[in-house]
Structure formats: C-alpha cells, structure tokens
Design a protein around this ligand. Sequence first.
Ligand code: PXP
Length: 260
Amino acid sequence: MSRLRLGVNIDHVATIRNARGGSYPDPMRAAELAMAAGADGITAHLREDRRHISDADIEALAVITRKRGRPLNFEMAVTAEMEAIALAHLPHAACLVPERREERTTEGGLDVAGGHNAIAPVVRRLVDAGIRVSCFIDADPIQAQASKDIGAQVIELHTGAYCDAVRERTGEAERLLANLRNTAAEAGRLGLEVHAGHGIDYETVKPIATIPDLAELNIGHFLIGEAIFVGLVPAIQRMRALMDQARANSEAELAQGISR
Ligand code: PXP
C-alpha cells in the first residue's frame, strides 16, 4: 500500500472569519500552518454563494501553494462561472461537486452518469488546461465508470454516509464501508486514482485509511474544530499519525495472512 496523502480543507477557517467580516482568522495562515504540519495539499471549496472561501482566498491560495510546491485542490460546482475561475488560476486539481444553495454541506455525490452531457465538456476543457479533474461521487461503481468515461483522472468517494452511520451507530456502517472498499477497488481497476472525504474524524479515519486503493483523503471540518481545542498543527499531526498507523497495521495483517 502506498502512503496515503492528506489534503487539508480550510473552508471553515473562512467560515469563522466571515462570521464577523474582516480578515481574522486568516485562511492563508491556516494553509501555511497545515503545510508545515504535514498536509500534502490544500483543499478549498469556492461555493456559488461564497459562504466561506472567497474569490480573493482562491487567488491567494493559488499563489502560496505554488510557492510551496504543494497541490491546490479546487472544489467547484459544474458551472461556467467556476470553470472560468479554475481556468484563470490553474490549480493542480479540480474536484467537481454537486451544489445546492439550501444545503448545509455537500450532501451527496455528483450524478456523473445522469449529468454526463453537461459535465463531459467541462472536464475536457479543464483537463486540456492541465488540471487534474476529479469527480466527487457516492460509493457506486456506475458513477466511477461514468467518471472514467467522461475523462476524469480521479474520483473522490463521499464518505459522509459512512461517517454518519459510525457516529450515530445506525448499524449500517459495515455495509457502507464495504461499498466504499468495493467502489475504490473497481475504480482502481479502471485506472482511476481514488480519493475520499467528507465527515472524517479520528475514529472513522482508521477504517477508511485501510482501503488499499485510496491515494488521498481530504479532511476539513473536524480538523478545524479540533484546532479550537488543541491547535491546528497538533490536530493535523494526529490525523496524519492515525492514517499512517492504520495503513501499517493493515499491511502487517495482510503479511501475516500471507505467511500463515
Ligand atoms: N471532499 C469534498 C469533495 C468536500 O466537498 C468536502 C467538504 O467541503 C470535503 C472533502 C471535506 O469534508 P469535511 O469538511 O467534512 O472534512
């Protein structure tokens, strides 16, 4: 299993800043600290209603991530406005997400199979500009295949339903984890790079990190919440350590199984 990358989503530093207007706390300071703490990249979602990250944030993030040689993962709705912004800043990656103004967060994956005709040309233009395109989808092999068909190089699996099931002890967690595992394996067979994110915390990161086909996790809300209590650097370092530990344990179990 390869090392699992950690992308830190800093949206909710901007949420706190925007609660009072002004410039504090500064998402750029969070991005700098996150990279110093071991984040492999920075993720930010410029929502159509600009509820947290602003256009100026994206501009500044594009500059500082480039300076530090770390990837910026730009989460965006599939709209002409967001496409133009992506093409203006040329982030390393663009993650296409569904967006509804009334939702509190991104509640489900993008329907790539159903929206094929509208999404495919956007993917083509982003890929042609050198941006690595990922589709944020539910754990469904049909959506993984559709993402491959429209030319995306990456999928990001929505882990929200699984994480909610663990927290709320609904009894659905094992089935939802198996869906994530199976869709990741299927996407791997299709030649897609597989990421995962949404709702991940110190508990759910452990089983998720053992999914061998995953290359990257994108984590935001929980880390920014933990940062209030322990600081951003220790929160990221602990998440990083849990990811590495989970992968090492899973490799050791695999090796034991083989030698038995
Ligand atoms: N990945 C994607 C595509 C997302 O939209 C989000 C939330 O913005 C995340 C990961 C991170 O989710 P969370 O903030 O719950 O960790």
